[in-house]
Design a protein around this ligand. Structure first.
Ligand code: FE2
Length: 242
């Protein structure tokens, strides 16, 4: 009875799926919704490639720790906060509801950001690093002058970001213009504006590169372009501009 009650209360998304991240992104990111008092929790998405498949750009050890430890902890802590929030709302405990917002923002943001990041990466032998073509390629040329100028801008802003955070290539769906943005800590791009759609997010937390690049973040940024999956970014762009 207790077990049945637990399953009625919680629904894990993507928890047992071996589908690539892209197949469950919407479910994973759209999972924190309440439906008829049920609380749907987030789950760690599977990667579409092996941990060592991005070497030598990103080591397998970094990828394993990043996915299994760091991303998993964001998922766990986000779910814990959601459960506490659900209980606080049920009790009408307003101070607890407010207190939980920072944990939800940090851990929920970590889950959102990393779920996008894994999809922005692809092994070289599967097309990683191939420059964007068609509509996104043309938009990059129009808004930044050239693809090389965009890479230079992202590398500069990512290197200059103090502490931990993310550097993004985003589409402003209102103006239809591309823009480069940075966010601190695990703030997701939506905190910079509700009209911004993330096409590419690069994690510049030390846990993303330190074991391999030590404190030389610019080298990590210079190399990561060799494993960026521009097809994913193009698909998001084309869907958003259709
Ligand atoms: Fe990370």
């Amino acid at each position: 009875m207790a077990l049945r009650a637990l399953f009625a209360k919680k629904t894990l998304t993507c928890a047992s799926s071996f589908a690539p991240v892209s197949a469950c992104l919407d479910r994973c990111l759209g999972s924190s919704v309440r439906q008829d008092r049920a609380l749907t929790l987030a789950a760690l998405p599977d990667l579409a490639y092996d941990y060592g498949a991005l070497e030598p750009v990103i080591s397998g050890e970094i990828m394993r720790l990043h996915h299994q430890k760091h991303h998993q902890s964001y998922v766990t802590n986000y779910n814990n906060a959601l459960e506490q929030l659900d209980a606080a709302i049920a009790k009408g405990d307003a101070p607890a509801v407010v207190r939980l917002q920072s944990a939800i923002k940090f851990n929920g943001g970590g889950h959102i950001n990393h779920t996008i990041f894994w999809q922005n990466l692809k092994p070289v032998n599967e097309g990683g690093g191939e420059s964007p073509h068609s509509s996104l390629g043309w938009a990059i040329d129009e808004d930044f002058g050239s693809f090389e100028a965009l890479v230079q801008k992202i590398n500069a802003e990512g290197a200059a970001l103090q502490g931990s955070g993310w550097v993004w290539l985003a589409l402003d769906k209102t103006s239809k213009k591309l823009t480069v943005e940075t966010t601190a800590n695990q703030d997701p791009l939506v905190t910079k504006g509700a009209t911004l759609i993330p096409l590419l997010g690069i994690d510049v937390w030390e846990h993303a590169y330190y074991l391999q690049y030590q404190n030389v973040r610019p080298d990590y940024l210079k190399n990561i372009w060799k494993v960026i999956d521009w097809k994913y970014a193009s698909q998001v762009y084309e869907t958003a501009t259709a």
